[in-house]
Write a protein that binds this ligand. Sequence first.
Ligand SMILES: [Zn+2]
Length: 433
Amino acid sequence: MKSSVLVFLLALSFLTALPAWAQENSPAPSPFPTPSIAPGTDPATATRAWLDTVPADKRAKSDAYFEGGYWLILWNFLVEAAIALLLLGTGLSARIRDFAERTTRFKAMQVALYSILYIVLTSVLSFPLIVYERFFREHAYGLATQTFGPWFSELLLMLLISAFAQTILLIILYAVFRRAPQTWWLWGTGVVILFLAFGIMIAPVYIEPLFNKYKPLADQTISESILTMARANQIPVTQVFEVDASRQSNRVSANVAGFLGTTRIALNDNLLKQCTLPEIRAVMAHEMGHYILNHVTKFLVSYSLLILIALALSKWAFDAAVRRWGERWRVRGIADPAGFPLLALIFAALGFLLTPVSNTITRVSEIEADAFGMNTAREPDGFAKVALKLGTYRKLDPAPLEEFVFFDHPSGRARIRMAMDWKAAHMPTGQSE
Ligand SMILES: [Zn+2]
């Protein structure tokens, strides 16, 4: 353990000393030309014409970036599994538990102490993969805008917040494990879902402002155009906010978030800088779709079911593993925090295997929001153009099975086709062209 902390600190001092090379290679927004498509062209041909406006080298780069992500799903799982087996196999997990038990006699405090040490240890061990995936790789593809120092301090802040949240969650879960050693998976599902719902509610208001600044959108033409669509759909907002997302990346994004009095429409400055009004309208109407179609609630309902199944399977797998290796790992049972790496390993394995399921749950909502957005903004060409811009970091034209397994949003091709189908049906178009 000591040596990995040392390696970590060495890597850190080396990396922070690097010059600010990072910001130089962020690309200017790619000005895709609008293809000239004669009226009456069939949607399949029109879709092809849009896709053909992307130069081959750009296409190859975004394919490589996105396909690299498939391997990262595997690598992340393997690293998580290796760390869990290391903690169990070396008896380190049991030693941390022993230390927690010697330090305090309160069960909740023992869990808290275990959780904090576990988070520190696993964060250090997975740091090389994190820094590759979220820093070097993002810069190599020109998607990130931050130098190492600010990036790292944001990573630490994020880690601190998730350590706090995870520790509270574990204190509650282990209280459940102690009281219901046979039916914990049932009560545990309830705890996890309530926790998830609480997080979704407070994150936009209390956590996101820690990383980015939200200010009212200055451009009246854009904000009025967005608010008109909001009013037409009973979304209770009177102001549009702009987020300084360009601090971290040059990805285009927006959201409509909140509950009760905190509903907020926000778009990021990359969207403002890189897109025209029809494109902005297409994106914002899509985000309104998530809000109007209650996608957060539906997400929580589908995940309740998924988590229930996952925890039921976890109970079976956990008990079987403890029967077999419990003595060697010095794990006494579900209520013993020393068994947490085993639980984390089982969950990581299920999460890995269920990748197509969770992606499909999200992708279906995205398709619904696209349909809502298309009918609200009435900007098929703007929609097609944004789909191409999102293609900077998402493969534009995947095989059907590939899209089913790996895509949590529809592919660029699918989105453009939807826009061209809509256009071919001669629906009345939007206020601006
Ligand atoms: Zn969406």
